[in-house]
Design a protein around this ligand. Structure first.
Ligand code: GLU
Length: 563
């Protein structure tokens, strides 16, 4: 490498580093970058350091504007692609021979974008490392687990392209949790507490043992038996894990692991009354299922600490844990309570109402799983919370569907126009399904032609036109406006001209309604072939936007995707 080249590299990295740090470059950072790019420079490190030092001094003296302009002249350094696609490698890979991850939803509500993040990351990590991916339903709260959500969650995951190697449902595993409860009670690492919650809380807050804490294992086991036999009622007793009652965080002092719930469970009905709480069952399962990496939202931070305490009692090693920030979408409704309330009051159509931020709603709105996956993978495991704007989501999605979506014409709020003196009498027009892909074939638009051509155009387009103006019916012909009321025109020519182009429909149009994200609807005519499209297909209505076929029978309904 010539001296000149080396100097150029030094200058480039120094300027780039300065610009990243408010105009002040650091010698050490520059040397690091240089060596990373050209390791052979290490052989003459002393001389190199001298040169860098000089350059850093020089660059730090000039203004940021000057730094920018010099860097532009010399060309910014090509960054090595750090964390390709945003996803860093799993930590502590070397500790494990086989990677096992899991997604552990509560079947108490529909999945939303936040779940997508956890599910996609856990799945992606398993697949990238030839590992195993587990789906585990955490349904140990009989009150809010609902039968319909098990199926909805599976459907959502499949739609996202997530496949799982094993599936577990915690309500079927109660005996396993009971066995560990017994073991901990026997070992004096847990106790059955019959204190009223407020009493326990005041002991806990004063860092004092409650009267139950000191009971011997035999007494605890007897109480446990009584719990199982139904000799205690809901609220009468809980099993607590013994921890350090002086822990600075009260939430980590003797937390509850089991409680009595008398309501029936959607799966096991009235078979069990003693139910483990999330931290206990999730902890036991993470160990039993050999989970090597737990990927979860950072809102579980304290829960994770509780689970670590449980692992210590059982002398197990806690898996490698990764906590990511919360992800939400702006402008959509995510709150579980608002959603179920809105649905039961009839305000929303269902979990896929377009105003909601559920996965089902996004799917219905034509957001592709690829777009969602790309977004969460690019975001990676950052701990900061992020709010995804609809615009970002649309931009990603557009890149995916633009290539795929066939084109059709839709005329919202149609206005009729008669065009006179059309020379070529055609019964139909053949138009490309996709402008950039002739191989995809054509669609046929029948024409209402009888010397004159009758077409429908969007009312909005008629507002802008004036008498004498020339307009092109896209892919058909040009005409001149001769009358505004009634709307009439005269044929002008066929060739492409630089005049406004509008979409149109002529014979046998179909009535369609387009549901917008705000819940409003557009109505109008679409070209006849739209009625033969399969439900779920995403198409583009030219000059209108992308839409997804929501329903064909009994009426054609589409959902607006984005422009
Ligand atoms: N069931 C928990 C949830 O859905 C799982 C949390 C975890 O990953 O441990 O939030």
């Amino acid at each position: 490498m010539s001296e000149k080249e080396t100097e150029k590299l030094i200058k480039r990295w120094t300027l780039a580093n300065a610009l990243e740090h408010d105009g002040t470059a650091s010698k050490d950072a520059v040397i690091g970058k240089l060596i990373a790019e050209k390791p052979e420079l290490k052989s003459n490190i002393q001389e190199l350091m001298g040169k860098i030092e000089e350059k850093v001094k020089e660059v730090n003296k000039i203004t940021i504007e000057e730094q920018k302009s010099q860097l532009e002249d010399i060309g910014a350094p090509k960054r090595e692609k750090k964390e390709e696609k945003g996803l860093s490698e799993l930590p502590e890979l070397e500790k494990y021979t086989d990677i096992v991850t899991r997604f552990a939803p509560n079947p108490n509500g529909p999945l939303h974008i936040g779940h997508v993040r956890t599910a996609v990351l856990s799945h992606e990590y398993a697949r990238r490392n030839d590992g195993k991916f587990i789906l585990r339903f955490e349904d140990t709260n009989p009150v809010n687990a609902k039968e319909k959500f098990y199926g909805l969650v599976r459907k959502d995951l499949k739609w996202l392209g997530i496949d799982w190697d094993e599936e577990y449902t915690q309500s079927e595993r109660l005996q396993i949790y009971y066995d560990y409860a017994e073991q901990l009670l026997e070992q004096g690492k847990a106790y059955v507490c019959t204190c009223p919650p407020e009493t326990f809380r005041s002991f806990r807050d004063e860092q004092k043992p409650c009267p139950c804490r000191g009971l011997d294992p035999a007494k605890n086991l007897a109480r446990w038996e009584d719990m199982l036999k139904g000799n205690y009622q809901e609220g009468d007793s809980v099993v607590r894990i013994k921890t350090d009652i002086n822990d600075p965080n009260p939430a980590l002092r003797d937390w509850p692991a089991f409680r009595i719930v008398s309501s029936p469970h959607p799966k096991t009905k009235k078979k069990y009354r003693v139910w483990p709480l999330y931290n206990f069952s999730a902890g036991i399962d993470d160990h039993k299922m050999g989970i090597t990496h737990v990927v979860r939202g950072k809102e579980h931070e304290v829960n994770e600490q509780r689970q670590r305490q449980l692992f210590e009692h059982l002398e197990w090693e806690y898996p490698t844990a990764i906590q990511h920030g919360r992800l939400s979408i702006s402008g959509t409704i995510l709150s579980k309570t608002k959603i179920s309330k809105g649905i039961s009051e009839g305000k929303y159509e269902g979990y896929d109402d377009v105003r909601l931020g559920t996965l089902a709603a996004l799917r219905r709105r034509g957001i592709t799983p690829e777009a969602l996956k790309q977004i969460v993978i690019e975001l990676g495991t950052t701990r900061a919370d992020s709010t995804l704007s609809m615009d970002t989501l649309y931009t990603k999605n557009r890149r995916i569907i633009d290539k795929e979506a066939n084109r059709y014409y839709f005329v919202p709020d149609p206005a009729e126009i008669l065009i006179h003196n059309v020379p070529k009498q055609q019964e139909e027009a053949h138009l490309r399904l996709h402008p950039d892909d002739p191989d995809r074939g054509e669609r046929i638009l029948p024409l209402e032609m009888n010397n004159n051509l009758k077409v429908w155009i969007a009312s909005k387009d008629t507002e802008k036109i004036d008498k004498g103006e020339k307009i092109r019916l896209k892919d058909l012909l040009n005409f001149k406006i001769t009358s505004l009321e009634p709307l009439e025109g005269d044929f002008d020519s066929y060739e492409l001209k630089d005049i406004p182009k509008i979409q149109w429909v002529s014979k046998n149009p179909v009535n369609v309604k387009v549901l917008k994200p705000n819940g409003e609807q557009d109505s109008g005519y679409a070209e006849p072939e739209v009625k033969n499209l399969p439900k779920g297909e995403i198409i583009q209505f030219e000059r209108y936007g992308f839409v997804r076929i929501d329903e064909i029978e009994p009426k054609i309904r589409l959902v607006y995707v984005h422009p």
